[in-house]
Design a protein around this ligand. Structure first.
Ligand SMILES: C[S@@+](CC[C@H](N)C(=O)[O-])C[C@H]1O[C@@H](n2cnc3c(N)ncnc32)[C@H](O)[C@@H]1O
Length: 247
């Protein structure tokens, strides 16, 4: 039945609500080579992670997915890492992480975190908030669980991507070399909306980085068959990375 639906949908790109999308995407999530968005995001975010040692820090990875940033925090010897995600299938992808000593994985939403007040020194929210229609409940929850003096690092698709009409598309293989293509529902938030929302929670903006398409990404675009897009959008921002501190 499911295969039947996928067959019928092939050729169009339907948009799925984010929870349903990640439940479906989880099986292949993170397998794409040359993912230009992840490369751009890491180029901006990892130096921010490195600004302070994590050795005595308690870290929340909100919307941890397959645990990409949990791995980065493990590499930096974080004292305690909690990964939370609302998709069971994505948490399953991240299950490797729960076998590591300081990591625990929890099912839950960034809009209602099942976590104690003031329990983290560092909160990461990588490529997640675009899936949240209204930023305010998530911002209030992220503020609540962060200790005073703690850091909040957010990354997301850049609002420019919306203006270009780009979609977050993924493929689900369904046998005999065929695949269904879907877009994940994304609620674009302007940069000012992020700033207003988190500053009204009392956060101080420390970093704003907008990695753009540049020469170093040419190969990745070529390997994805996107040479034309590379030429057209060279110099345009791809990802928004914001670093805040809770006073
Ligand atoms: C693009 S993936 C990013 C995964 C990971 N943060 C990374 O950067 O590799 C978005 C993740 O956010 C999760 N997610 C989306 N909305 C969420 C919400 N409201 N609460 C918790 N997780 C959410 C999805 O299930 C998915 O795993």
């Amino acid at each position: 039945m499911f295969k039947e639906i996928l067959h019928r949908l092939q050729g169009r790109i339907p948009t799925l609500p984010s929870h349903a999308a990640y439940e479906l995407w989880a099986g292949t999530y993170g397998e794409q080579q040359n993912n230009i968005f992840l490369q751009a995001e890491e180029r901006a975010l990892l130096p921010l992670l490195d600004e302070h040692p994590l050795t005595n820090q308690s870290v929340l990875d909100a919307g941890c997915g397959s645990g990409r940033h949990i791995r980065h925090c493990l590499d930096r010897h974080a004292m305690r890492i909690v990964g939370i995600d609302f998709s069971r299938a994505m948490l399953h992808r991240g299950a490797w992480a729960s076998e590591q000593h300081p990591v625990s994985l929890v099912e839950g939403s960034v809009e209602m975190l099942p976590l104690r007040d003031s329990s983290f020194d560092l909160v990461l929210v990588p490529l997640v908030l675009g899936h949240v229609r209204n930023l305010r409940p998530a911002a209030a929850e992220l503020t609540r669980v962060l200790k005073s003096g703690g850091r909040l690092l957010i990354s997301d698709w850049h609002p420019e991507n919306e203006r270009r009409g780009w979609k977050r598309v993924f493929e689900v293989p369904f046998g005999e070399g065929r695949a269904g293509r879907f877009a994940v529902q994304h609620h674009f938030h302007e940069t000012d909306e992020y700033l207003r929302c988190f500053e009204s929670e009392g956060f101080l903006l420390e970093k704003r980085i907008e990695p753009a398409i540049d020469e170093s990404m040419r190969k990745a675009f070529e390997n994805n068959g996107m040479e034309k897009i590379y030429g057209k959008h060279l110099g345009s921002p791809l990802v928004l990375v914001l670093g805040f501190r809770k006073p």
